[in-house]
Design a binder for this molecule. Structure first.
Ligand code: F6P
Length: 342
């Protein structure tokens, strides 16, 4: 069999490990050949491709980013977009299937293409961990490690100056990175998109920390809203999918805390640091297994399905299960963490 593979949407550590897992099992068990489409869906619609074989993927499990490149291209747009043109590209290469590795936007497009008859298998990817139907997505663990290390570092300088430092992490719709890194780093407050809080409550938490001679460290997701804010803070325009580009909520909150409490405050935005560098061991294993199972799903012609982690097992689920709901932080998890705030 012959399989096309692409990585689309925001990148994250572990994409290369998926490619490697799929290619090695494809080569050993199915005598498969691979074509890599460059720059996400753009490569598929524009027929921008590179050959991939077992030598191409040597040592790739530990390499961050993606050897194929990525973009937020919508495969239904542009002069070459749409299922008919994509079908023609597949026929030209003699491809039996496409493995699409990506997040919510990529999988939504994959589902539409699958419904239009293109043979596709999805692999979930998101550092935000916002996809339903999989317990965890690779990239998340690495991002949490990076954020936790940053919080540990910020803490010592915050203590030296008895300042409040607000650390902003990624998390557009869900607060998993903030929750996990905040708990791991012993943050004095964790602010997530699912749970608006008032500036008064945040200031109260910060003041309680200062009152016991400590320095408040607050972790905030980029998608957090203060009570009364209708939208997440955004001042950078829109992305390719017309979504507001987030980032800057920590910069907004720090002066508000300083003005109301008198505590000198600083903001640190981790941004794309969380998506770069080598994947953690956990993410390498998860990504490798997802790639291995994705090629098995291709061999079974399990079209329109996505590989997913359930407990310890990799299973296949309809892509629609992942795109129909968000994996949000349950209120009980937030309330559990909040017992330690202040
Ligand atoms: O969707 C994942 C994510 O990391 C979000 O948390 C963030 O808002 C977005 O990607 C930023 O993406 P980029 O700057 O690469 O378009």
């Amino acid at each position: 069999m012959k399989v096309g593979i692409l990585t689309s949407g925001g990148d994250c550590p572990g994409l290369n490990a998926v490619i490697r897992g799929a290619v090695l099992v494809g080569d050993r068990q199915h005598d498969a050949e691979f074509v890599g489409f460059r720059w996400g869906w753009r490569g598929l619609v524009e027929n921008d491709w590179m050959p991939i074989d077992r030598h191409t993927v040597r040592g790739l499990a530990r390499q961050g980013g993606t050897i194929l490149g990525s973009s937020r291209t919508n495969p239904f747009e542009g002069p070459h977009g749409g299922p008919d043109k994509i079908r023609a590209v597949l026929d030209q290469h003699g491809l039996d299937a496409v493995i699409a590795i990506g997040g919510e936007g990529t999988l939504t497009a994959a589902l539409r293409l699958s419904d239009a008859g293109i043979p596709i298998i999805g692999v979930p990817k998101t550092i935000d961990n916002d996809l339903a139907a999989t317990d965890y997505a690779f990239g998340f663990d690495t991002a949490v490690e990076i954020a936790t290390e940053a919080i540990d570092r910020v803490r010592t300088t915050a203590e030296s100056h008895r300042r409040c430092i607000i650390v902003e992490v990624m998390g557009r719709h869900v607060g998993w990175i903030a929750l996990h890194s905040g708990m791991a780093g012993g943050a004095h407050a964790i602010l997530i998109p699912e749970q608006p809080e008032s500036i008064e409550t945040i200031c109260d938490w910060a003041t309680r920390v200062i009152d016991r001679m400590r320095a408040p460290v607050i972790v905030v997701s980029e998608g957090f809203r203060l009570t009364g804010m209708e939208q997440a803070h955004s001042h950078k325009g829109l992305d390719a999918f017309n979504r507001p580009r987030l980032g800057g909520i920590a910069e907004m909150l720090a002066p508000m805390v300083e003005e109301r409490t008198g505590i000198e405050s600083r903001a640190v935005t981790l941004g794309h640091m969380q998506r770069g560098g080598v994947p953690s061991a956990y993410d390498r294993v998860l990504a490798t297994r997802l790639g291995m199972h994705a090629i098995a799903a291709v061999a079974r012609e399990d079209w329109g399905k996505m590989v997913a982690l359930r407990g310890r097992d990799i299973v296949t689920v309809p892509i629609s299960e992942a795109t129909s709901a968000l994996n949000t932080v349950p209120l009980s998890r937030y309330e559990e963490a909040a017992m330690l705030f202040g």
